[in-house]
Write a protein that binds this ligand. Structure first.
Ligand SMILES: C[S@@+](CC[C@H](N)C(=O)[O-])C[C@H]1O[C@@H](n2cnc3c(N)ncnc32)[C@H](O)[C@@H]1O
Length: 247
């Protein structure tokens, strides 16, 4: 059986994709659910500890609500908190996020390193989006919270960016839905390009581990094989899911 963390109410917990800033549960409940998931990730050996700055997370959330143009997103508040927390814990010097659309998923990762929720110093936080007009909007959004350029969005195929990246990749976030029949099956190709650049302890996050499980079957099999990744946990806080794997 694949290792998983499943919140009791994951099916009932729903957001409005068009209104991502709306609170759907008390923040204390959100914190408790995410804390329990982080503890499971520590227990599995994916994360070294479960401590992240909860106040900075809320500063990040508020900063994004005030500055980002988000036509829609499937990133729930639970997922936003989980992704932010994992980045705050791992503190990746170099992070690449593949398939970032308007930038909300990207900044849930990058927000631990830049902007109002920053809690460490990063070198390269790169969002990759294959559609130039979406990449432009995402880059515009990101510039509003990070004038430094440490976080940036490029219009490109994530497979190429990862292949050509000249340094270690400490955290890889996967959300690209491909441009052909393979759809989210492209996660596997992107990870295979990144794998040899990921040092021990590096983490891969794969969004849609629940609602795209069929398209991701090959990817999920691969990361759940201990010959490839040290540990992997399917974190089910909402109907989308996040597979969290450590090398
Ligand atoms: C469905 S969106 C992700 C949305 C995100 N889950 C959210 O809730 O905000 C996936 C994005 O991946 C992009 N994409 C598809 N294939 C890609 C590739 N090879 N490289 C980079 N981006 C890609 C698509 O253009 C699309 O904007």
């Amino acid at each position: 059986m694949p290792r998983e963390f499943r919140a009791d109410d994951w099916q009932a917990y729903r957001m409005d994709y068009g209104n991502p800033h709306e609170r759907v549960e008390p923040v204390q409940q959100e914190i408790a659910v995410v804390d329990a998931a982080l503890m499971e990730l520590v227990d599995a050996g994916v994360l070294p500890h479960a401590n992240y700055p909860a106040d900075k997370m809320l500063a990040h959330r508020q900063g994004i609500a005030e500055t980002f143009e988000i036509p829609w997103t499937a990133i729930t508040h639970r997922q936003q908190r989980l992704i932010y927390a994992i980045n705050a814990i791992i503190q990746p010097r170099n992070m690449i996020a593949a398939g970032v659309f308007c930038g909300n998923t990207f900044v849930s990762n990058a927000g631990a390193g830049v902007g109002p929720g920053a809690c460490y110093e990063a070198a390269n936080l790169i969002g990759v989006e294959i559609k130039p007009e979406e990449a432009e909007r995402a880059e515009r959004n990101v510039r509003r919270i990070d004038p430094t350029g440490v976080a940036r969005v490029v219009a490109a195929d994530a497979r190429d960016v990862v292949r050509e990246f000249p340094a270690d990749i400490h955290l890889l976030y996967l959300d690209a839905d491909g441009t052909d029949h393979r759809g989210k099956g492209i996660y596997y190709d992107i990870l295979r390009e990144a794998y040899h650049k990921m040092p021990r302890g590096a983490v891969v996050l794969a969004h849609n581990s629940v609602n795209s499980a069929t398209a991701l079957v090959h990817y999920l099999e691969w990361v759940r094989d201990p010959a490839n990744m040290r540990a992997s946990v399917n974190v089910i806080l909402d109907g989308e899911g996040l597979e969290v794997s450590a090398k």
